[in-house]
Design a protein around this ligand. Sequence first.
Ligand code: SF4
Ligand code: SF4
Ligand code: SF4
Length: 251
Amino acid sequence: MERKNKLVIGLFSLTGCEGCYFAILDLTKEFIALGNKVEIKNCRLFEEDVHLEDEKYDVAFIEGSPLTTANRETVKRIRRNSKLVVALGACSCLGGIYHIKEYHDKAKIFNHVYHKDVGIENFDVQTLEQLIKVDHKIPGCPVNGREFMRFVYGLLVGKKIKSVQNPVCYECQMRGYECLLQKGQVCLGPITFGGCEAICLKSKQGCWGCRGLVKDAEVSNLIKKLREKYSDKEITKYLEVFGIKEQINNL
Ligand code: SF4
Ligand code: SF4
Ligand code: SF4
């Protein structure tokens, strides 16, 4: 039976690859089942060029990095019209892989990518939280679709779902995956927020920290371990991919 007073959800995208929404849509059955409980608006994957940021939302999810003037204005309008705002994915929560340019010559990187001035702004990378109040974060590149679903179902039953508080190692070891760090490979699992079900380790790929720094991360212990085999320059490269380096600097 159709539920009255559906939860109105906005799915907004800034500058990003839309991979987070693909990760959610991949859960096809669960996503369809949501259909009679929520009203979904403004998803760029369903409809091109939608701009419904001035409508009212119970919860607005914002994927992508606020990299352009238009992005920055849009998020302020979304905030004004939404009871809850959730930062979705590494781009929104941490600034995303765009962070790499912050550690190098920004103009040089820009010219390398675009070759000439094509009218694209080259602002500093900011997180969503640096621009507006954010009520909850679901990190990851992409997000774990099941974490998104748990959060939405939590809202539907009036329960606030807390984020996972364990490092990736916890989920990795629980699943019995082989420890790559012990084998001498780079893995940032000990200092990274869990909740991704250690998906990279399942494919024997080290964690690069897309979910950000876990609370009370033992960063110095991990660096000491990595220095047994890698130079500081090599270690830094991994810490820069998702902006973990900046989070460490701000500790
Ligand atoms: S967090 Fe990753 S998957 Fe999500 S929009 Fe950004 S780049 Fe794409
Ligand atoms: S492989 Fe990485 S995530 Fe898994 S236990 Fe080792 S250090 Fe932790
Ligand atoms: S293992 Fe690390 S890099 Fe991979 S999804 Fe999880 S947090 Fe992100």
